[in-house]
Design a protein around this ligand. Structure first.
Ligand code: ZN
Ligand code: ZN
Length: 132
């Protein structure tokens, strides 16, 4: 990953939280909090699951962790601020980024709905190249 993960301003960075940040940075594809906890505990054996959850929530507030839909599986993917969308493989859990975008333009939204868009989210679920 080309970016430094950071907590929101004002959030204390403890060794335990740093271990969670590190595990997020290392993660390839989607992950659950339990999987993240397992990985981060290799750095900080005393890291609790509750701390892992709280840290993921903090990262979610900054947009650096993005929640994915799933069949009862609360998975996340690490995310960068630049415009992109996620292609999520429901077979292997792999996540690919794409610059392709199908969101309506700001001009069209203003014209049709009088709405001023600030951001949009789009994740596409399906089967990746390896799994087809
Ligand atoms: Zn796949
Ligand atoms: Zn887009």
């Amino acid at each position: 990953m080309a970016y430094e993960l950071a907590l929101p301003a004002g959030a204390r960075t403890t060794a335990q939280r740093r271990a969670v940040l590190h595990a997020v940075e290392e993660s390839v594809g989607s992950f659950t909090v339990a999987q993240l906890h397992e990985r981060a505990r290799r750095l900080e054996p005393r890291l609790g699951l509750a701390t892992t959850y709280r840290t993921v929530e903090l990262l979610r507030a900054t947009g650096r962790v993005h929640p994915l839909l799933g069949e009862g599986r609360h998975a996340y993917v690490s995310c960068r601020p630049e415009h992109h969308h996620h292609l999520v493989c429901t077979s292997c859990g792999g996540v690919e980024e794409t610059e392709l975008c199908a969101a309506p333009s700001a001009a069209e939204l203003r014209r049709r709905h009088g709405f001023q868009p600030a951001a949009h989210e789009l994740d596409i679920y399906g089967t990746c190249r390896r799994c087809t």
